[in-house]
Ligand binder design. Sequence first.
Ligand code: NAP
Length: 279
Amino acid sequence: MSDKKFGLAGVMGWPVAHSRSPALHGYWLKKYDLLGAYVQLPVVPGQLGVALPGLAALGFRGCNVTIPHKVEAMKLVQALDPVARRMGALNTIVVQPDGSLKGFNNDGFGYIQSLLDAQPDWRADAGPITVLGAGGAARAVVLSLAERGAREIRLLNRSQDKAQALADEFGGPVQVLPWAARHEALESAALLVNTTSQGMHGNPALDLDLARLPVQALVSDVIYVPLETPLLAAARLRGNPTVNGLGMLLNQARPAFNAWFGVMPEITPELRRAIEATL
Ligand code: NAP
């Protein structure tokens, strides 16, 4: 067995024990019969500047970067993909042939792909889009929707200043509305996205009245624990098509796996079941 062929990657964060990435990449390594490992890299806050430069020397092809290091890592890589630069955070690092580090952010790709997996003819310009939340997930969602040609993105967040900051930064189709207007902001929407943490396991449900939402509107929640949030359950019961957050999680991993191991992996029903079993 040649050391050269053995591929090493991992997820750097704190804590990382809960991450599904080792199960996901481990599944693909096995499925595609590749020699390699994807490991947890628990790096405490303040140690990223020591850990990241060691990647190449340790023989890593790269890593995922997660909370709390996604923004700080931007300053520690030698090159940045334009999407990661615009996003203001990275989630993937690829060790370059010369040992330098290049940062990417595949969350937006993962999000759009999850919609396309559910509705292959989905289009960002099909009608107004209402996005709730203005945190890290919202950045990826809003930026990727704008890049896919969304013409009207209504952005609402409990703390309106954060939504405004995001709109000021991204401009274009993003318009901010007050949180109190969220029920009315569903009028004529083609897509509703929840990027808040409301509805996640352990949190209360999102306080939202769907009455004004057109019944054909796609309802998407980036949360994946539980797979069906109270929002998605309510949407399904009134006849709206729904997309949960698992597709975003699975799809963001595909380009990273490809960059490290040279195979663009597929998301199969069996993979979904395997990851769902860990949730
Ligand atoms: P974050 O940066 O902390 O943002 C949290 C958002 O939730 C903010 O907009 C916040 O509003 C809002 N929020 C919190 N409590 C609220 C409340 N009581 N009422 C209304 N809004 C409230 O978190 P994040 O990283 O964006 O993650 C958000 C969710 O997305 C999490 O559930 C996470 O698991 C999920 N996520 C999924 C994926 C995926 O691959 N599927 C990827 C990333 C994240 P304020 O600004 O007012 O605090």
